[in-house]
Structures are given as structure tokens and as C-alpha cells.
Design a protein around this ligand. Structure first.
Ligand code: GDP
Ligand code: IMO
Ligand code: MG
Length: 430
């Protein structure tokens, strides 16, 4: 039985939440494996809208187990506030439907401070982060000075971890003109939240391994997008985690053989929030129209998303790096009514043709997209639930994308609503 990994194949906000929610009907377990509450995943189910940041999108379905894996960075206060928000929407979350890996590193208020202090100090060179402390929290994990969920169970360990952490952060803060951490306050806050968080803590690698043996289906939910990947993204304008499919294995504690099908989520055009290169960006009225029709405002920070034409070069590249078996193409309906559409099929830099995005920042800054023009369609695709409902020009657009990215469409999404989804190939089928 195939397990499925869902990854964003562009700069995030491709519609992962909607697709994971739809697919989770077929899964037993839904696991987040990287990122943190920088993610904003929107689910529209009838007249209810859920906005999830830290909790896996499968949480809204009864009888499913949601998992936060060790690859995530977890802000305990953000977690409980999200749990409370969901409770107000009629979804109850407890240890019976949520499990958190014991070796998950924590995001603390000091990480958020540092994130903001650095962004403020960077001026024009800022990354445009979500300010959630993601980068600093991953730095502390790799720097071997983080506090992990399991550390909360023993006061002595916790105290030693805090000392180690502050020995690093206090001098840093001093350099940035911020006051030293109030150690007693931090320890008290952690001690207070410890029992609540520990109630969810499990050796996730073991539980998932056993479930896998028992034939349970696992759906891995990625956050962010491949072009925000720490290694393969548009560095340094990236997030601080590995957003590629391989992370599903190390971010939960299952080997790579646990991954059966890699589903890339791809928006029918391109968006990006925050700073950094964006070859097909449109700053004219076409970009404006895409943003308005697509309601392109960030779920987490409310920032306006930058919009542009579909970039087949980038998606071909990210699908190759993540080993994508099929894509879910979303927001096709946003393109309804355009006379013509453009697809980027290659780049020119200083007169030379490229069929991939080179790594060097100086080259990325000089990219000129090469476009192919396609006929648009006047009919509405919004809410279409079968291929037969799609206009011929829309089908042609989808087919051309498949050809250019070397990857077939497995699912097609035509509105925010859960059931406005066309299934072409079931990712869970062997
Ligand atoms: P995620 O971060 O990848 O989960 O994506 P977001 O939820 O941040 O952003 C995607 C937005 O597009 C959300 O508001 C979704 O409700 C919406 N959406 C998802 N699929 C479709 C679609 O096919 N058509 C339209 N019009 N909106 C969609
Ligand atoms: P979902 O899961 C879009 C972007 C930020 C910034 C960069 C670094 O909803 O697709 P960070 O706070 O992670 O250090 O910010 O990454 N970013 C996202 N953009 N969707 C997301 O998540 C994002 N998470 C982070 O805007 O450019
Ligand atoms: Mg989002």
C-alpha cells in the first residue's frame, strides 16, 4: 500500500491544505514533517473555513491520527492557541488524535525576538520572514543547544538546557541591543506548559513504524514549497528547513522506503510571499488581476502575495528534485476569462539559454523568462468536478503543463471547496 508525501512545488501556498484534507479521507495517519507555524493551510468545507498552521490538515476529520514529527519546530503556545481555535469550530484535539514526537525542538519567544531583531537590522536585505522564529529555532537545533519536547519531563535537564541556550542567546541579544532573557520567567513558562505538551509526546518513529507494518496508510503533509528549500530554494530567500520529499522520512523517523508516491502541489500560475527572485513576476494589471481573482493574501501574515505566470522551468526542476510522481494542479479557475495565458518555458541570461534556474544569485537576478503564449478560455471552470466539464482550451493548458514539467496531473482543483476536486490517478493506489 502506497504512502503519500505531499510537497509544495513552488514558493508555498499552492493549496496543500485543501489537497491534504481531500486525500486524508483515504489515509489513517496524517503527519507534518518540517516547518512550523510559518505555514498557513486553508480548508474550506461547506460553510466552514479552517486555517491551520501547525496541526496537520487531517485533524478536522474524525477517526484520523494527526502527527507532528521531529522535523517540525514547535511553538507550544501557538499549538495550544490553534487547538483552542479549532475547539471553537467544533473540532476537538487531544492525545487520542494528535501525537507529537518526543524529539521535536521547541520554538521559544526568544526565537521570535531574534527573527524580528535580525529582520529589522537587515533593512533592505531582509528575507521577509513570517516572524515566527523558524530560522533561529532550526539554528539552535543544528547548534545542539535546543530544548526538545522530552527535555520538559525532567526539571534538571530542562534547567541545564536553558543555561546552554542562554549562554548563546544573551550575547547575541546584547549585540542587537535587546535585553537579556529573564531566565526565571522562561523556566516558569516552560514548567507550566510541560505537562500539557507531554501528554501528546510519543516515540513517533516507533508508533508510525508499527502502524506501517499493520498496513495503515500514512499521508505526509509538507509545508512551504520547494523553492523555499534551504538547499535547493532561492537562497538566502528561503525558509530554514528541507521542504523536499526526502524530509518526510527523516522528519518522522521512517526510512525512505516508507514513501510510495510523491504528490507535488502546483498552482496553475505562480505566487511568492516575501523577498527574493521571481522570474515570471507581473507587477502590471495582469499580476493584479491574478492576485484579486486568486485572493492572494498570506494566511499567516496577511501580506499581499506577488503573482506571475506559470513557470514550467521551476516546476520541472522541483519535481525532479523531489521525485514527484504526479501533481495536483490547483486554482485553474483563477485563469478563467483571460484572452491569452503565458507559460515560461526557459530563461535567457546574458544571451545564453537555460532550461533550469542556475544557483548563483547574480545570475538569478538577471533572468529573462522565455514565454510561450496559449489561448485562454471564456467559460467558467470554477467548481468543475470532471474533465468533461472543462473547456478545450483549459485542457490544452493543463496538457501543455504536464508536457513541460515531465510529470502527469493526478488531481485537479477548481475552487477552494473540498469537493471541487477532480481525481485522475489515486496517489494511494499501488
Ligand atoms: P497552502 O499553504 O499550500 O495550504 O495554501 P494556502 O491555503 O495558503 O493558499 C491557497 C489558497 O487558495 C487558500 O485560500 C485555498 O482555499 C485556495 N484554494 C485552494 N485550491 C483552490 C482552487 O482550486 N481554486 C481557488 N480559487 N482557490 C483555491
Ligand atoms: P505554506 O505552508 C509561503 C516564506 C516567508 C519568507 C520565507 C522565510 O503556507 O505554503 P520563515 O518565516 O519561514 O523564516 O520565512 O519563507 N514562507 C512561506 N511562503 N507559504 C508558506 O507556508 C511559507 N512559510 C514561509 O514569506 O519569504
Ligand atoms: Mg499557505
Amino acid at each position: 500500500m502506497a504512502n503519500v508525501v505531499v510537497v509544495g512545488a513552488q514558493w508555498g501556498d499552492e493549496g496543500k491544505g485543501k489537497i491534504v484534507d481531500w486525500l486524508s479521507e483515504r489515509a489513517d495517519v496524517i503527519a507534518r514533517f518540517q516547518g512550523g507555524h510559518n505555514a498557513g493551510h486553508t480548508l474550506v468545507i461547506g460553510n466552514q473555513v479552517f486555517k491551520l498552521s501547525l496541526l496537520p490538515s487531517g485533524i478536522v476529520r474524525k477517526g484520523k491520527l494527526a502527527v507532528i514529527g521531529n522535523g517540525v519546530v514547535l511553538d507550544p503556545w501557538a499549538l495550544f492557541s490553534e487547538i483552542d481555535k479549532l475547539a471553537a469550530q467544533g473540532v476537538s484535539v487531544g492525545p487520542e488524535n494528535l501525537m507529537i514526537a518526543e524529539n521535536t525542538p521547541l520554538i521559544l519567544p526568544l526565537h521570535q525576538d531574534l527573527d524580528r531583531l535580525r529582520e529589522d537590522a537587515a533593512g533592505k536585505a531582509k528575507i521577509g520572514t513570517t516572524g515566527r522564529g523558524i530560522g533561529p529555532a532550526y539554528e539552535d537545533k543544528v547548534g545542539r543547544r535546543t530544548i526538545r519536547v522530552a527535555d520538559l519531563a525532567d526539571p534538571e535537564t530542562l534547567s541545564a538546557r536553558i543555561d546552554r541556550l542562554l549562554a548563546h542567546h544573551d550575547p547575541l541579544r546584547q549585540g542587537l541591543g535587546a535585553p537579556a532573557i529573564d531566565r526565571a520567567e522562561l523556566e516558569a513558562k516552560l514548567t507550566e506548559i510541560a505537562p500539557k505538551l507531554l501528554a501528546f509526546a510519543q516515540p513517533v518513529w516507533k508508533v508510525l513504524g508499527e502502524m506501517r507494518k499493520a498496513g495503515k496508510r500514512i499521508l505526509f503533509e509538507g509545508a512551504q514549497g520547494s523553492l523555499l528549500d534551504i538547499d535547493f530554494g532561492t537562497y538566502p530567500y528561503v525558509t530554514s528547513s528541507t521542504t523536499m520529499s526526502g524530509m518526510a522520512a527523516t522528519g518522522t523517523g521512517l526510512g525512505p522506503s516508507a514513501i510510495g508516491f510523491v504528490l507535488g502541489i502546483v498552482k496553475a500560475y505562480t505566487t511568492r510571499v516575501g523577498e527574493g527572485p521571481f522570474p515570471t513576476e507581473l507587477t502590471d494589471e495582469v499580476g493584479q488581476r491574478l492576485g484579486e481573482r486568486g485572493h492572494e493574501f498570506g494566511t499567516v501574515t496577511g501580506r499581499k502575495r506577488r503573482c506571475g505566470w506559470f513557470d514550467a522551468v521551476l516546476v520541472r526542476q522541483t519535481c525532479a528534485i523531489s521525485g514527484v510522481n504526479g501533481i495536483a494542479l490547483t486554482k485553474l479557475d483563477v485563469l478563467d476569462g483571460f484572452d491569452t495565458l503565458k507559460i515560461c518555458t526557459g530563461y535567457e541570461i546574458d544571451g545564453r539559454h537555460y532550461d533550469y534556474l542556475p544557483t548563483a544569485a547574480a545570475l538569478q537576478a538577471r533572468v529573462t523568462p522565455v514565454y510561450e503564449e496559449m489561448e485562454g478560455w471564456k467559460e467558467s471552470t470554477q467548481g468543475a468536478r470532471s474533465w468533461a466539464d472543462l473547456p478545450a482550451a483549459a485542457i490544452k493548458y493543463v496538457r501543455r503543463i504536464e508536457e513541460l514539467i515531465h510529470c502527469p496531473v493526478a488531481l485537479l482543483s477548481t475552487s477552494p471547496e473540498r469537493d471541487d476536486t477532480i481525481l485522475v490517478t489515486d496517489p494511494f493506489a499501488d
